[in-house]
Design a protein around this ligand. Structure first.
Ligand SMILES: [Zn+2]
Length: 139
């Protein structure tokens, strides 16, 4: 991971201080915007933009890693539903947005991208507390 033009390889997105865990083929990070509490990124470590670019064994393992994060977030945040978003228009790494949708969600029928809102940035202490809660349940 040393492509100088890649935000993920350079560690500028997702942010290193939002790192939750190394899952094997991927790493999990708390997303910058916590308007939807628990919004997490699962980033495939190497460059690949399409699921069909992966070997079948990698694809299976990656889905296990995404599922583990999703199940953990569902428990930690008591989510009514987990959203999984795999877009990849801006980054040459497959990465999933794994987003708990909670009771009280302002638009439970809509994808998060359709919900106008100001980004919610947590304090360093809040970020660390959220990461600790997730890690505690993850393994
Ligand atoms: Zn990269």
């Amino acid at each position: 991971m040393n492509d100088p033009t890649c935000k993920a390889c350079q560690g500028s997105w997702p942010k290193e201080d939002h790192f939750i865990a190394d899952l094997g083929l991927s790493k999990a990070y708390l997303h910058d915007d916590q308007f939807f509490p628990g919004w997490t990124i699962v980033l495939f470590k190497r460059h690949a933009t399409e699921l069909f670019d992966l070997a079948p064994t990698e694809r299976i393992q990656l889905m296990e890693e995404v599922s583990l994060v999703a199940k953990t977030l569902a428990q930690v945040y008591e989510a009514k539903k987990i959203n999984y978003e795999l877009l990849g228009n801006q980054l040459p790494h497959i990465h999933w947005h794994v987003i708990p949708r909670l009771t009280g969600d302002p638009a439970p029928l809509e994808p998060v991208w359709q919900v106008p809102h100001s980004a919610v940035s947590l304090s360093v202490e809040q970020i660390q507390a959220s990461i600790a809660r997730i890690r505690q349940r993850l393994f």
